[in-house]
Design a protein around this ligand. Structure first.
Ligand code: FMN
Ligand code: SF4
Ligand code: SF4
Length: 261
């Protein structure tokens, strides 16, 4: 069966996951494309049904070897009776550990039929000029591989083959680390433009006569840091600065995308 209706479902604070999913969709070349982007809290649908003749590509970044809890909660609106799905994770060149298995399990539990999967690489959320990690990924080659993966998905579906594949990972999944109460902060270069407030996936930021951030809501996604055109927003949490340095020192060798189909 050729793919008529393709749905992209994604959570992607710094847009690397979204760019990979868009390239996969291009490779699939469906007649109709619908994007359900749940990155912002005000865009989460109350329910979302997928039909058997749809195809869904679901994607999320890897946070500490897992799918971010915020994404897991938002994906809960999804329901299906056997819609073929391809889960995709994007990680910052360290490791994706149990994340692809977790996303695959989540899709199965919602009634989807996983028949492939992939792990791609995106610039690390914590990457800065001082601690560069997977800078500018996904690059041209990554996006080419994503389009090629899309063509493989379309061919498998056209052959009527939606058999499952082995996905790497362990159960029980790696334990989540407790969330620290902290966040990036805005410095004196801030122009109060509001861009950081608009991209924050957890509505943690309020821009008025100053920028206020709720540290309990912050998930350290760094969307606010990357969007600031005035270089005024920094993640200066000591523990995370140490982690960024460790990542830059130890994970500079480029990893390659892995696809399972
Ligand atoms: C809190 C947090 C934890 C992360 N943990 C990992 C990890 O375990 N392994 C890894 O390689 N990258 C990790 N990353 C990097 C992201 O997976 C990577 O930058 C991804 O491309 C971000 O996706 P997005 O652009 O869709 O937000 C982490 C990022 C954040 C913010
Ligand atoms: S995006 Fe930057 S300049 Fe704009 S309000 Fe946020 S910190 Fe200030
Ligand atoms: S305040 Fe926290 S959750 Fe919001 S965009 Fe910035 S890093 Fe992400």
């Amino acid at each position: 069966m050729p793919c008529k209706n393709l749905k992209i479902v994604c959570f992607s604070p710094t847009r690397t996951t979204r760019r990979i999913l868009d390239a996969i969709a291009e490779g699939i070349g469906a007649e109709q494309l619908e994007v359900i982007d749940v990155t912002r809290s005000d865009r989460v649908p109350e329910s979302c049904e997928c039909a058997g003749d749809d195809l869904v590509i679901i994607g999320a970044p890897v946070y500490s070897g897992r799918i971010p809890l915020t994404a897991v909660e938002r994906f809960k609106a999804l329901k299906s009776c056997g819609t073929p799905v391809v889960p995709v994770v994007v990680y910052g060149n360290r490791a994706y550990e149990d994340a692809l298995m977790e996303l695959t399990d989540l899709a199965s539990e919602a009634g989807f039929k996983p028949f492939g999967g992939a792990a791609f690489i995106g610039e690390h959320s914590f990457s800065t000029e001082k601690t560069p990690i997977a800078v500018s990924r996904p690059d041209k080659d990554d996006l080419g591989k994503a389009r090629e993966f899309g063509r493989f998905i379309a061919a498998k579906l056209a052959a009527g083959d939606i058999s499952g594949v082995d996905i790497p990972g362990d159960r029980p999944y790696k334990e989540r680390s407790p969330k620290a109460s902290a966040s990036p902060i805005s410095n004196d270069d801030c122009q109060l433009c509001g861009a950081c407030e608009r991209v924050c996936p957890t509505a943690a930021i309020a821009v008025g006569s100053l920028v206020e951030t709720d540290p309990d809501k912050c998930i350290f996604c760094c969307a606010c840091v990357k969007v600031c055109a005035f270089d005024a927003r920094k993640l200066e949490v000591p523990r995370l600065l140490e982690v960024s340095q460790w990542l830059a020192d130890n994970f500079s060798e480029c990893r390659e995308p892995e696809t399972f189909i």
